[in-house]
Ligand binder design. Sequence first.
Ligand SMILES: Cc1ncc(C[n+]2csc(CCOP(=O)(O)OP(=O)(O)O)c2C)c(N)n1
Ligand SMILES: [Mg+2]
Length: 347
Amino acid sequence: MAVAKTKPADQLAEDRRGAAEVAPDAVAEFTKEEEFQALRLMLLIRRFEEKAGQMYGMGLIGGFCHLYIGQEAVVVGVEMAKRDGDQMITGYRDHGHMLACGMDPKGVMAELTGRRGGYSKGKGGSMHMFSREKNFYGGHGIVGAPVPIGTGLAFANRYRGSQAVSLTFFGDGAANQGQVYESFNMAELWKLPVVYIIENNRYAMGTAITRSSAQPDLSKRGVSFNIPGTQVDGMDVRAVKAAGDEAIAWCRAGKGPIIVEMLTYRYRGHSMSDPAKYRTKEEVDKIRTEHDPIEQVRARLLAKKWASEDELKKIDAAVRAVVNEAAEFATTDPEPDAAELCTDVYR
Ligand SMILES: Cc1ncc(C[n+]2csc(CCOP(=O)(O)OP(=O)(O)O)c2C)c(N)n1
Ligand SMILES: [Mg+2]
C-alpha cells in the first residue's frame, strides 16, 4: 500500500522562495520489520548525540562537536537503501553516519573523548574518523571536501569494475562551494556511480539558505551538468529510503550521478558553541512537534498496533544501555601513549 509523501510544508513555505514544490508522489509504506529497524537506528543516533552533548558540557569532549539531532531519518533511510560495498562519506556532522554504517558506538565515543580505543586512536576527534571495514570514508572538517573525494570513490568503483555506489553527503552551505561543481562536471562526463545527497537543514552555521543561495532549490544544482535531481522530505524515513532506492538503482544501472536533496532540520546549534540566536525557538519547536522523524515512526507503530507504549519504552531503554556502555568505555579507556604523538603523522 502506498501513502502520500508529505513534505515539511512550513519548512518549504517561508524559506524556499521559488523552490519547486515536492511532488505528492506515493511513497511505499514500511513493513513492520522496516519500521523497527528505522526506529532502533534513529534512536541510537539520537541517544548517542544527546549523550555526546552532555559529555561535552561536562568537559569530557574537547574540540569541535557537531550534533546530528533532528536529521536522523536522512542517514538511516539511505543506510536502509544501500547494499554491502556501497561507500559513505560526509562532512563534520558525522556521528550519525558512522553509527548507521555499523561502526561501534564505543569506538566513536572514545574518539570523541580522545581515548586509545577511539577509531583514530584518540587523535582525530569528532571530525576525523574512518572505517575501511564499514566503507565509511570520513569525517571531513573542510566544507565541500567530501564531494571530490566521494566522486573519486565512484571513479575507483568504475575503474575496478565494481558495482558499488558512492553515497556522498554534504550540506546546503557546502552546495555553494566551487569544488562541488568541478566534481559534478567530471561525474556526469564519466558517468560515475555517485549519489550526491544534499542535507538541506536550512542553515550553514548562522546563515539561512535564503541569505546565501540564489537558487534555494538545491535539487536543481546539477541542471547545467545534465545531472537529475529530486527533493525529498528528509524528516520521513520512508520517503528517504524510497528516494535512496531509486537513486542507487540509477547509479548501478550505469546512468551516472544523481542528486537527492533531503529537506531536513537540525534541532541544536551548528556546533556545541553555537547558541543559535539566528532563529526563533518557535521555528525549532514547530518542526520538533510536527515533523520529528522518530516520533513519526513511533506514532505509526502505535496506530497500527505493531507495538505498545511499553514495548517502545523497552527499545529505548535497550538503546540507552548501549550508549551508556559506550560512554563508560570512553571515560575509562586510557588516553593514547605519549609515543603515539609522532605516529600516523605525515612528515
Ligand atoms: C572551506 C571551509 N570554509 C568554511 C568553513 C567553516 N564552516 C564550518 S561549517 C560551515 C557551514 C556549512 O554548512 P552546511 O554545509 O549547510 O552544513 P551543516 O553544518 O548545516 O551540516 C562553515 C562555513 C570550513 N570548515 N571549511
Ligand atoms: Mg546546513
